[in-house]
Design a protein around this ligand. Sequence first.
Ligand code: CP
Length: 299
Amino acid sequence: MNLLSSNDLTRDAIKEIFGIAERLSSGKERVELKEHTTMALFFEEPSTRTRVSLEAAITQLGGMPIYIDAHSSQRIRGEALADTAKVLSLYCDFIAVRMNSHEGLLEIAANSKVPVINALTSLEHPTQALADVYTIIAHKGEPRNLRIAFIGDIAQNTANSLMLTAAKLGAKISLVGPDACKPNSIYFNKAREYSKVDLSSSIEEGLEDADIVYTDTFVSMGDEDEAAARRKLFAPYQLNADSLAYAKKDALVMHPLPAHRGEEITADVIDGKRSIVWEQAANKLLLEKAVLIYLSGKR
Ligand code: CP
C-alpha cells in the first residue's frame, strides 16, 4: 500500500494511524521495523521538517534513511522516473518522494515494488494533514464538533489534504480566500461528500465560530515567478490579530511552516499564546512513525 493522497486513507485507516501514534506517544507501543529497513527519500524540492522528521522516524524505528537529492542523481541527466523508481525499490523498503509534479509521484508509485509515501507534491501533503488533524484532536477533541478555517491560499496542497482528512473525520471546513482564488474542485467536492465545506471571501463570515484558524505561505514552491502578484492578491487575507478576532475566543492557530512573518501571518499571532505550530511540527515525527508502521503491516 502507498500513501500518495489523503484520499488513500479511509476514515478507519486514519483512526488506525492515530491509534498507533497514540500508543507510540504513551510508550505502550515499541515497534521496530524489520532489521535493516531502509527508506529512500527522493526529493526534488527543498525541505526541512519533512525530510528530517522522516529520517528521524525511520531511524527511531530501527531502520535507516537514504537521502537522494534528485538534482544530484542521474535524474538530472534525464533518467526516466520509472527506471529510477524500479531501481530504488530494488534497494529500499520504502520510497518517500517530494516533487512538484503529482503525476511524477504516481509514475514512481506505478513502478515501485515497495510502498511510496507522498512527502509533498503541488497537489497534496498527506503526512502533514495527518499530523495537523492529530494535533487538532489533541487540543479540541471530537472533530465532528469542530469548525476548521483555512485562510489565504485555499487552492494549494496543504489545504487540499487538510480538508480531505479533517472532513473524513466529520470536521466542518471553512475556506477563506479572495474571489480570484478558487479551491481545487476535485478536493473541494470530495471533502463535501464527508462533511460541510464552506467557501467565502469574507473573513468575518469565514472565521465565524472557527475553533482552528490555519494558514500557509502565499508563495508555494513552484509559484516563485508569480510571487509579487500572489503576495498582493492574498495580502488582505493575512492571519493577524484583527482577522483572528472573528474566530472563537479560544480558537487556536496553525501553520505547517516555513512561515513568513509579516506576509501570511504576523509574528504576534504565530509566536503568541494561541499558536500550536511547534506541537504541530513535532507531531510530524510521531505521525510519520505511525504511517511507516501502518504501511509495513506491523500492527
Ligand atoms: N511543513 C513542511 O512540509 O515543511 P518542510 O517544507 O520544511 O518539509
